[in-house]
Design a protein around this ligand. Structure first.
Ligand SMILES: Nc1ncnc2c1ncn2[C@@H]1O[C@H](COP(=O)(O)OP(=O)(O)OP(=O)(O)O)[C@@H](O)[C@H]1O
Ligand SMILES: [Mg+2]
Length: 395
């Protein structure tokens, strides 16, 4: 058994035990009563903290990990070796007997290089610390943090197939938001990587989080209070965000824009882990809405492409609502998406055409579906409630 502190920078927020060879995560935690305000958002008592910590790892569903790498023991070992450091908050774990401090382990400042996972061509190859933030990084796509040649911490992701569409979709979303003049999104660019001995493309975006801030996914915001029966999750999300520092009009507009742009791009993965807020640990409030991130699963990347308007209205997604069209019910201002500033079909084609492994016919089908989605949003802006059956029969 090893004794650890759960640290926020240099302040022990809790003490706990790790039992060797058995991944029970944080065992026997005791919270430091003088540091309660520094606990992660939504982890205000021992069971919540244990749960929060157990989520701090590479998910079992991560692509490309073999059975050995994905075993509990190896995952735990990596987390311990890397002191559970992360680039999405400033928490870490410190062996009680060690004299390590935040200045020494802080990966927002100290450069790192992780040779596990894939190779990124533009990664700075100057290893300074032995720690990496990747053992706590979640999400299913193969991914790792790098320090790029200008010193910026960048999240890099690679798709699983030969097709680079998943990475390309992030770039498409970036161009889409730029043309809309939207200013709260994570900008992605294409990068060259070597993955499984093959040269391919992935995508890369700068870290949206600064030291002292914590990404709080919408799921954790919603679950930080009891969800009463019949309470809609989005309503609860907004209520908690507003009472902890986020302006209600700003959040309404942000969510309206996110839902509308996801609809046009057919993003099928806007689940409650793929949007959220930024918590400032020391100010003890939300200071920002997390910029739009993770739009990789868009434009029918791994799905059949409906050819009719009716078919597009029946799409099922892993999103805010199970039926994609129902997410539009949460749009409070239909005009936040500028129909005159949408990517044109030609602009979209030029982007997807970069994927040499995408079949010609599929590219055409994607454009057709995109065009139909734009038409549906135009009708929606003209007052049609697209989820209603009489309206759906019009198509
Ligand atoms: N720009 C960013 N800055 C800081 N953290 C980020 C950024 N983008 C993503 N993250 C964090 O990394 C996690 C994984 O990223 P992302 O959601 O893009 O990956 P994914 O594998 O596509 O996810 P999913 O499993 O939802 O498909 C996110 O849940 C978020 O916590
Ligand atoms: Mg994600």
């Amino acid at each position: 058994m090893d004794n650890y502190y759960f640290m926020y920078k240099d302040i022990p927020v809790a003490a706990f035990v790790i039992a060797k060879g058995f991944f029970s995560g944080m065992a026997k935690p005791v919270i430091n009563k003088n540091a309660i305000s520094l606990l992660p958002f939504g982890a205000n008592n021992i069971p919540q903290l244990v749960h929060w910590f157990s989520e701090r790892s590479i998910p079992l569903t991560r692509e490309g990990l073999n059975d050995y790498e994905n075993s509990h023991t190896i995952r735990l070992e990596r987390i311990i070796q890397n002191l559970a450091l992360s680039l999405t908050d400033s928490y870490w774990i410190k062996p009680v007997k060690s004299d390590l401090n935040w200045d020494r382990v802080n990966l927002f400042k100290n450069d790192f290089e992780d040779k596990n996972f894939f190779d990124v061509i533009e990664e700075s190859k100057q290893k300074v610390t032995e720690y990496s933030p990747n053992s706590t990084l979640n999400g299913d796509m193969a991914k790792k943090w790098i320090v790029d040649k200008t010193g910026v911490r960048c999240l890099t992701k690679v798709g699983k197939n030969k097709s680079i569409q998943q990475a390309l979709n992030e770039i498409i979303a970036t161009k889409f938001h730029l043309k809309q003049n939207m200013n709260n999104f994570v900008p992605y660019k294409l990068i060259k990587v070597i993955h499984n001995d093959r040269s391919t493309y992935g995508c890369s975006c700068p870290n949206a989080i600064k030291e002292g801030e914590q990404i709080t996914i919408a799921y954790d915001v919603v679950k930080s209070e009891k969800v009463e029966k019949n309470t809609n999750w989005i309503t609860q999300y907004k209520k908690i965000a507003n009472s902890n520092g986020i302006d209600s009009v700003e959040l309404d507009n942000f969510l309206s824009y996110m839902i509308l742009s996801d609809f046009v791009l057919s993003n099928s993965d806007r689940h409650y882990g793929n949007f959220g807020l930024i918590w400032n640990t020391e100010l003890h409030k939300f200071t920002k809405i997390m910029p739009i991130y993770d739009t990789g699963t868009s434009l029918f990347y791994s799905e059949d492409i409906p050819t009719t308007l009716k078919g597009l209205l029946k799409l099922e997604v892993n999103g805010i609502d199970k039926k994609e069209v129902n997410s539009l019910r949460h749009v409070t201002d239909r005009s936040v998406l500028d129909l005159n500033a949408l990517l044109t079909n030609d602009e979209l084609f030029a982007l997807i055409n970069q994927d040499i492994h995408l079949k010609e016919e599929r590219k055409q089908d994607i454009i057709q579906a995109y065009q139909k989605k734009c038409k549906l949003i135009s009708d929606f802006q003209n007052g049609m409630d697209l989820w209603k059956y009489p309206v759906q029969q019009l198509y």
